[in-house]
Design a binder for this molecule. Structure first.
Ligand SMILES: Cc1cc2nc3c(=O)[nH]c(=O)nc-3n(C[C@H](O)[C@H](O)[C@H](O)COP(=O)(O)OP(=O)(O)OC[C@H]3O[C@@H](n4cnc5c(N)ncnc54)[C@H](O)[C@@H]3O)c2cc1C
Ligand code: SF4
Ligand code: SF4
Ligand code: SF4
Length: 417
């Protein structure tokens, strides 16, 4: 079986990851390089590392923590959640599944779904369980860029709420975390970033000792900056004049963009649904983790019918160990959050992307392996078969993404389903 490990043995760095386009843009490699040989730059509307050959000592540490090359998801989750009894092949190990929301109606309505992450973080901070959280926020100078940093106050946590459907790199936040005084920190990240963080924790004691918990978002894929540009220009705006951007805000929820000469609101379902995977990078087609199986708690959208959950905005969560379960229950007792237990089936209801990842994406990984082409490697994959449909689907997805990547072809997008 061909994997990146067998390529160009003389190069131990992450060059082969980004040159084969299987980089997730997480920025974790930058944070381990003691030679300061890696910088994270924007390339083709995504974050990508760049290695300075004159500084690199070929130590291989960056490759060791890289999630782009895949992860031993089964081995790692068994090691981290050895006390956790429940297991589901789509959800991973878990203690309980819940649906819920922030009891502060303003937070609930202005967050991505039910504001559970932000409200729970505020509660953890005020109850002195944590000293801060590594979060994402829009860059004040370039509102369509997002930077990561450590939020240490309630105001900073709330300023970071909401989903950012664009590339996010963790390297700035991790730099701050490395320099921070000893303390307890939570990191909120995407499933692939969580894979990298677990690898990082295995090799870096400074970081490991400061991470109190890792929260993951459910993830179908992350769009490139071209996605933002496409929607903003379709609505008569432009990125150069952008002063304010939110991907999901208000009720009904949607994209809010304001600039010197424009201001618009576009309903989330209307703008997101037809575009879906058009602006995803190639790497997302090889991703088999929808629910952040290596995180302590995963959060996402949820659709359940329950009278106790009426109102605007609802988050689903999967808690994977007893310590975090008991903290969630305490936050509920303090009336910071409202939670209702749900079943595995309710968590998986109308969640087609969960099986797309475990079947379709796994078949893409297998296809690439058979063809001796570079792809990520996982130790636990569904038993998938390769047939003409899989090959056609891969070509179709990449063609769609080719159109998304080329502005001169955007006139074709309304014609592509
Ligand atoms: C790229 C992306 C894809 C997603 N795909 C799905 C999906 O397919 N299905 C689903 O059910 N849910 C998905 N989600 C999760 C969903 O959008 C909400 O983030 C989740 O329901 C939590 O809502 P909340 O109101 O509790 O969070 P909030 O209280 O609004 O807090 C959101 C937190 O997430 C952090 N954050 C926001 N964007 C990013 C990012 N890009 N990378 C890292 N951290 C970030 C913020 O710092 C903040 O702390 C996705 C989120 C993202 C960012
Ligand atoms: S191989 Fe070592 S020195 Fe070279 S970029 Fe990676 S971490 Fe830095
Ligand atoms: S660590 Fe992250 S940014 Fe660096 S090469 Fe790997 S996937 Fe890309
Ligand atoms: S689909 Fe997977 S690889 Fe892509 S951003 Fe989401 S977690 Fe990362």
């Amino acid at each position: 079986m061909k994997h990146l490990d067998s390529q160009n043995n003389k190069d131990n760095s992450i060059r082969k990851v980004y040159s084969n386009d299987i980089c997730t843009g997480c920025g974790i490699c930058e944070s381990v390089c003691t030679k300061k040989a890696i910088s994270i730059v924007v390339k083709k509307s995504k974050f990508r590392p760049s290695v300075d050959n004159t500084k690199c000592s070929n130590c291989g540490l960056c490759y060791k923590v890289c999630p782009g090359v895949g992860v031993n998801i089964e081995e790692m989750s068994k090691a981290v959640f050895y006390e956790t009894a429940n297991y589901n092949r789509f959800l991973g190990f878990y203690e309980k599944c819940y649906a819920g929301y922030s009891t502060d109606s303003l937070i609930r309505q202005s967050s991505a779904s039910g504001g559970l992450i932000s409200q729970f973080l505020v509660w953890l901070l005020e109850a002195k369980y944590i000293d801060g959280a590594l979060l994402t926020t829009f860059d004040k100078n370039y509102p369509f860029y997002v930077r990561t940093y450590i939020a240490r106050t309630k105001e900073e946590i709330l300023a970071s709420k909401g989903s950012k459907y664009c590339p996010v790199t963790l390297h700035e936040g991790l730099k701050e975390l490395k320099k921070a005084e000893k303390g307890n920190y939570v990191i909120v990240a995407l499933p692939c970033q969580v894979h990298g963080l677990r690898k990082l924790m295995a090799v870096n004691k400074n970081i490991r000792d400061k991470i109190y918990g890792i929260f993951s978002l459910f993830c179908s894929g992350t769009q490139s900056f071209k996605y933002t540009e496409y929607i903003v220009t379709q609505c008569g705006g432009n990125l150069k004049n952008l002063e304010y951007l939110a991907y999901r805000e208000g009720n009904p929820t949607g994209m809010v963009a304001k600039g010197v000469t424009f201001e618009f609101f576009k309903d989330y379902g209307t703008y997101n649904k037809p575009l879906k995977s058009t602006f995803y990078p190639k790497r997302c087609l090889f991703c088999i983790d929808m629910f952040g199986e290596l995180s302590d708690i995963s959060f996402g959208d949820i659709q359940v019918e329950d009278n106790k959950l009426v109102g605007d905005g609802l988050s689903g969560l999967i808690v994977r160990n007893s310590m975090w379960h008991s903290l969630l229950k305490d936050a509920q007792k303090d009336n910071a959050i409202s939670l209702v237990q749900i079943t595995e089936d309710q968590m998986l209801y109308k969640r087609s992307m969960a099986s797309v990842k475990k079947y379709r994406n796994a078949s893409f990984v297998r296809l690439f392996t058979l063809l001796h082409l570079p792809s990520p490697k996982y130790d636990d994959m569904f038993d998938v078969r390769i047939n003409a449909k899989v090959i056609f689907k891969y070509i179709y997805m990449r063609t769609k993404q080719f159109v998304g990547n080329h502005k001169c072809l955007w006139f074709l997008l309304p014609k592509i389903k």
